[in-house]
Design a binder for this molecule. Sequence first.
Ligand code: SF4
Length: 284
Amino acid sequence: KEFRNNVKPNWCPGCGDFSVQAAIQRAAANVGLEPEQLAVISGIGCSGRISGYINAYGLHGIHGRALPIAQGVKLANRELTVIASGGDGDGFAIGMGHTVHAIRRNLDITYIVMDNQIYGLTKGQTSPRSAEGFKTKSTPEGSIESTLSPLEIAMSAGATFIAQSFSSDLKQLTALIEAGLNHKGFSLINVFSPCVTFNKVNTYDWFKENIVNLNEFPDYDPSNRMAAMNKIMETNGMLTGLIYQNKERKSYENLIAGFQEQGLANQDIQLSQDQFEKLLAEFK
Ligand code: SF4
């Protein structure tokens, strides 16, 4: 079960995305997947490159569109385990409409967002996750927009699995991705993944000082929706761990009457040689 390939990641030394890559590779192996059972679909951004760095089916899509592609893959072949991934600009700005509706649709997909609170690939502009007052080339006087809270939005969109982690905590991150892969429905895993080159505010040290690990609350019950919402608000969205999980709700594909159990790749093609050749000719 080798999810590593020989492609050298084109990320800056120290970028948080390295840990996310390692965590996905470990989690996929730990849940017993084979590379041909996994598809990783990514958007655009530094983090979007991740689909090329994992030995599995992969597609580096277009900006903000990882989720529509991932949902198409899952619907076409439900036997595949599907991970969608990208950055906070990709998923929470241009792709936010898809994110909200994918959450409420609840297909069995694990969505991993590498949240560095800035646009890294385009060399450092304010993102929807940047704090108010955050100064970049696009907001030289400081951002005057409020910061988007993906956890609150996911809760109100009816998410069945919400987790958050930090790329420095490989053990927790791997365990949460495993839990997301095992969850029967849509899993949102937001990962604080520092951009060491352009974000000089939200650094590894800053996250270490500001993160609240849910391990500090032994009585916390992630199946309690109200408790999850309260904890998100109390910690200003800085908590890590399994925040919310609803194991009762069925995933989208399990609610479609007559939906094919068997993936397209494993279905018989019920065509004669002649019919098959005619079909192929149509696409020439
Ligand atoms: Fe990572 Fe930032 Fe470098 Fe992009 S620019 S690879 S996000 S450190």
